[in-house]
Design a protein. Sequence first.
Length: 437
Amino acid sequence: MRKEAEGKTRIVILGAGFAGVYAYLRLHKLLHDTKEKHITFISERDLFTFVPMIHEVATGTLLPSSITQSIRSLPPCCLNRFIEARVMRVDIDAKKILVHHLNPEAPDPGKRIKEVSEEEVPFDYAILALGSDVNFFNIPGAKEHTLTLSTLEDARRVKNRIIESFEQAQITKSEAEKRRLLRFVIAGGGLTGVELAGELADLLHGELKKAFPLLYPYAEIHLYEGRERFICFANEWFGNRAFQILSSKHVRVFCGMPLSEVSSEGIHAGGEFVPAGTVIWTAGVQAREIEIVSKKRVLKDVKSRRIKVNEYLQVLSYPYLFVAGDQAWIEKKERDQPYPMRAQFAVREGEVAAENIVRLMSKKALKEFFWRDKGLLVSVGKGTALAEVSGIQFSGVLAWVLYRVAYLLKIVGLRAKFRTALEWILNTFLPRDISKL
Ligand SMILES: Cc1cc2nc3c(=O)[nH]c(=O)nc-3n(C[C@H](O)[C@H](O)[C@H](O)COP(=O)(O)OP(=O)(O)OC[C@H]3O[C@@H](n4cnc5c(N)ncnc54)[C@H](O)[C@@H]3O)c2cc1C
């Protein structure tokens, strides 16, 4: 529903991810009793996706609907309008956002722009929270010949490709071609790569072995990491344990070996060519870029493209524009480092940005952003996870149960929580779903 602003303060949230949704929930909490409610939400999909569990959709443990929540089912009383559109430009001085409406008929969301339909959305305050994009590090062929894993559409493509590879291998006579088709390479041993490798190994040695017994001996999973260890941003223990667990699941693990080229036939790494039918790119992200028009310079970190903001999450020189989540570069006071691009930080940043807008409206002192890492949970397939809580590291079933409980609490929406819990329970006793999505 669209209501006129009628002198109210117009707040626009860009991006319905962790930062955007939690910013809205905080604004709702602070403003629902007041008349100062003119909040517009803009995102290219009408749903929130719980991105950290996307690898479970790609490997058949969860269905897409388990990790999504409709934006329109958020508390509606404070929402003036939800606009399903792609943000193209933010004109900071003019306080206007240009959006392109999307073509709902297009199957590929990447091609959903409807050129004819665009709109300018005015704002008094805005929170920029458009998340991140894949970084291919200019590696030749990576963009053209790999599958990415950061959206629901990506997860569908990955799952379908895994099953199709087996179907293709069934009709191929050549032994070498069977091996190539069934060699699954994961490029990047960060959180996503490790979690995907663990789940994919379980899928391969479980349901796919039963469904394709004659092809199973040809199948291999390779995980390549360019740095010396997996999950390199975390304590060394995580990388070492991940290496051990994945090796025990027959994943061929390579550290210190970045991919130098990708082609339709395979990959080049460590001076060798490795034939592979599927390469899944989990090697890196950078902040999403959109056009920003401003008279004063908006500073960005060159490498990560994140926008530099002050401790209150305001863009330097533009106090009415906030940035939260993966797009924000907030330097930690104690170390010359930005806060990491992770979900728990995005949630808190969204909340603090929302709170500071309300404080600006009521002329109160702003709140500084500060967040101490609550720990790290990494699943490595069924029944195994790695955990660090209050500085204590442990792995195994207990860590896995903790991972599931923690994530269940974080999933937005009761329906999604129940669906996820139900599917996890079913998967404990029944095979995963290996139909294409
Ligand atoms: C596969 C994967 C696994 C991960 N695993 C973990 C994990 O285990 N633990 C952890 O802490 N972190 C993990 N992360 C990182 C975590 O998901 C991000 O840090 C977090 O999602 C950032 O939140 P955000 O709100 O900035 O962006 P997002 O949650 O990505 O939300 C951005 C939103 O903006 C929308 N959008 C983007 N561009 C436009 C546009 N131009 N116009 C309109 N809308 C747009 C998107 O559709 C999306 O709704 C993972 C990330 C990925 C990709």
